[in-house]
Design a protein around this ligand. Sequence first.
Ligand code: P5A
Length: 447
Amino acid sequence: MRLSRYFLPVLKETPAEAQIVSHRYMLRAGMIKQASAGIYSWLPLGYKVLMNIETIVHEEQQRAGHIPLLMPTLQSADLWRESGRYDAYGEEMLRITDRHGRDMLYGPTNEELVTDIFRSNVSSYKDLPLTLYHIQWKFRDEIRPRFGVMRGREFYMKDGYNFDLTKEDALHAYNRHLVSYLRTYERMGLQAIPMRADGGPIGGDYTHEFLVLADTGESEVFYDSEITDLKFGDREIDYDSVEQCQAVLEEFTSRYARTDETHDEAVFAEVPEERRRTARGIEVGQIFYFGTKYSESMGAMVQDSEGGKVPVHMGSHGIGVSRLLGAIIEASHDEKGIIWPEGVTPFHCGIVNLKVGDEAADEACASLYKALSALGLEPLYDDTSDRAGAKFAKMDLIGLPWRITVGPRGLKNGVVEVTSRRTGESEELPPLEAIEKIAKIYGKVAS
Ligand code: P5A
């Protein structure tokens, strides 16, 4: 993309309403614009990152064997009356009446809708196990929407629902989600720690929240510091293997790690004092096992192998897709702006032309752009006539992990400069080697 043709409305001033760094940078980098309280338009740069995050979530869900579908945002109140949640959900639910006087609502979550799809179509244990998921907008009329996309009213969520014959099978589905979430967050450059939590309005008493440690997080958390040494890494896992998934669950949840809702001072005191930590965290996901709560109330039954009818065991599993942008920025920034992890960056690198109009510089930039694009990479080429300082400041603010700087002086010596946004270190390289370097970082082979 050429910057001169892009829509990147960066702000010079720090917006007064933004209290935390991720919100400030998302506004300043022209990623989002508030439409009304807790509701945002996603401008091109923000939308690009949102899509990258969504892609990773899809890939990891499908790797785990979960099946995508798409349910609507508006739902009929009748289904929620069946489960008893229409009244129980309270004021966070946005209720709407259509022209025929029918009660509708903007879905804050989809347990009822997906259970209805299930009960209409599945009647035998032979069709189990089944996990359906979608990535769809949700609405929760939060009393205090704040921190930008972090606590929105309208937000983008991955929500998945497992249907199993037995509790054991459903716990395997729970473990599968835990494993896939660990992989998902690590691909985004995040460490998200599973912590024992509370079921809240979703239900069930077996649930873990995934928390990214950050001072600006809304949750208070208590944990054994050893847990921060755990990495999922690139290990291969067979998602059908009950033992393998169970082993990962045990590895990642056997140390003390709880949110304030389930915190127990007496148990925490058993952790050696030098390892006890109290901190704040951003909840980027939550998994639940709630047994037959919805299947019993809504009649989602299957025939078991003996011909009897039994309610299915269920769980639901959410990832805060739009909240993740805020969490990633909270975890990865400096005083100049955002530092995107390579896994989610909106453009793979920036190309800064220090002297637009200089034949050699223009040509070198054009051929870098062409070569990188041919490798399937997407550079953002600053071909504007801004001053060098302004170009660097903009690149630093929007946080592309790599920058190639091209100027007549370097070209005379046959080199361009490759700079890491994270370390600030620069290296002078011939253009072909610069391409090879960027290609290698993103797992592409330059020929
Ligand atoms: C699990 C999937 C559920 O709703 N039902 C379907 C279950 N869980 S949850 O924990 O309530 O939400 C899942 C994740 O969504 C994010 N989230 C939000 N993001 C932005 N703004 C909000 N107001 C908001 N509320 C929830 C969180 O990341 C949460 O873990």
